[in-house]
Write a protein that binds this ligand. Structure first.
Ligand code: C2E
Ligand code: CA
Ligand code: CA
Length: 402
């Protein structure tokens, strides 16, 4: 418990001190400051694991602070507090998630001690045994040369996060999520290197390595996992993230087909998750390629639906088989009526187009129950499991009631 440190930024000393008392009582070390400069100093030197952030302050508002935290790749869990209305708080929470920050919750003032305590509780799963500790909150800048070297040395590893059927909890598939085991900085998350890989034309090499690793793991799993019933094994699918830029690289998908054959994985088992469909370099060529991929049997998913990146136009134009509700709506579904409306709307829209619907970012039982009630097909999120190493995934499987 002693290694949890909460840094509080609030212009109101009364609120700051209240948060401090509650958190100290919950066993955290706490530092409180009303001054943004001092806040960033402490961030660098004291390395908090949690941050409580007031949204409205006179000198620098909470949104600016969050933007700066995102730039610094801050990994601390953030609690947003404020006296503004719940719609504004919700919007701030969603914006933070979109910035890639780890939001523990939004807290409308006045709040009860138990609400705050709940958010300070670490509900994360066990940290994987086979992966190194997470990288520190701040990283020196990653360069193009670093990325080249990492690809040459094959420093990227794949984590697998289960997708389950909402109605029964049975396993339906896994999403492959890349991580970089950096020799000096430890484990780096995709948000820390994918944008650079995309802008420097290295993303296809990375995707190649991810797919190769994932297929080599997934092939034997489908063929041999004794923990799985034959029905589950037949249903299991592997989801891989594909950047918009990759959609002009026909050769890459030809290689994927060859790898599928080599690993005895039928193309219908693979689903490519596409984000930022609106950023496709060449919409016509992409449509051709995606249609061909569907004809071969591969499935396509429109990822992060509901955010500006995956548009309605693309949903109708491209041959998708799955729609993924963005986690920013799912994670706030239980606290925000607006988010629930959006989630249900997307699920209904997906079904009316004949698509399978997956909700990602499912963090608690209530959200899963809600998704089941509105007829969502699949769920993915920390409540079910965090992304796991291949070995930990098998342990997770073995630990579940069959
Ligand atoms: P994504 O495709 O939307 O992946 C889901 C992200 O949400 C993952 O973050 C996952 O760890 C996280 N997540 C899952 N469940 C929960 C939950 O219950 N709560 C919260 N707070 N988060 C949850 P991750 O692994 O950091 O990946 C971030 C993004 O990086 C991915 O978003 C995807 O766009 C990109 N990415 C990951 N792997 C690859 C890859 O191999 N290729 C490409 N092009 N992009 C990748
Ligand atoms: Ca995805
Ligand atoms: Ca997503």
């Amino acid at each position: 418990m002693g290694d949890r440190r909460l840094l509080v930024l609030d212009d109101d000393p009364m609120t700051g001190e209240t948060i401090q008392r509650i958190a100290e009582f919950a066993g955290l070390e706490v530092c409180f400051t009303p001054d943004p400069d001092r806040f960033f100093d402490l961030l660098h030197n004291w390395h908090p694991t949690h941050i409580a952030l007031d949204l409205v302050m006179p000198t620098m508002d909470g949104m600016q602070v969050m933007a700066r935290l995102a730039k610094l790749s801050c990994r601390a869990k953030i609690i947003i507090t404020s006296g503004v209305g719940s719609r504004v708080l919700d919007a701030a929470g969603r914006s933070a998630v979109e910035h890639g920050l780890d939001i523990a919750g939004v807290l409308a003032k006045p709040f009860s001690p138990s609400q705050l305590r709940e958010m300070l509780l670490d509900h994360g799963g066990a940290v994987s045994s086979a992966l190194p500790a997470e990288a520190p909150a701040y990283l020196p800048e990653i360069t193009l040369a670093d990325l080249h070297q990492a690809l040459d040395r094959q420093e990227f590893v794949v984590a697998y996060q289960p997708k389950v059927l909402c109605a029964t909890g049975e396993l339906a598939g896994v999403e492959a999520l890349v991580r970089w085991v950096h020799p000096s900085y430890g484990l780096l998350q995709p948000g820390q290197f994918i944008p650079l890989a995309e802008s420097c034309d290295l993303i296809d090499r990375l995707t190649d390595q991810v797919i190769d690793q994932a297929l080599a793991w997934f092939g034997p799993l489908c063929a041999g996992a004794t923990q799985l019933s034959p029905t589950t094994r037949d249903r299991l699918m592997l989801a891989v993230n594909i950047s918009a830029r990759t959609l002009t690289n026909v050769a890459l998908f030809e290689r994927v087909q060859e790898r599928c054959q080599a690993h005895r994985v039928h193309p219908t088992r693979l689903i490519f998750e596409l984000t930022e469909t609106s950023a496709m370099d060449d919409p016509v060529a992409s449509l051709d390629l995606l249609t061909r991929l569907r004809m071969i049997g591969f499935h396509l998913s429109i990822d992060d639906f509901g955010t500006g990146f995956s548009s309605m136009l693309q949903l109708v134009r491209l041959p998708f088989s799955e729609i993924k509700v963005d986690k920013s709506f799912v994670m706030t579904a239980m606290t925000s009526p607006e988010s629930r409306t959006v989630v249900k709307f997307i699920v209904d829209l997906g079904h009316s187009l004949g698509l399978r619907c997956t909700a990602e970012g499912v963090e608690d039982a209530k959200t899963l129950e809600y998704l089941t009630n509105i007829g969502c097909d699949l769920a993915q999120g920390y409540y079910i499991a965090r992304p796991l190493t291949g070995d930990d995934f098998c342990l997770w499987l073995a630990s579940r009631p069959s």
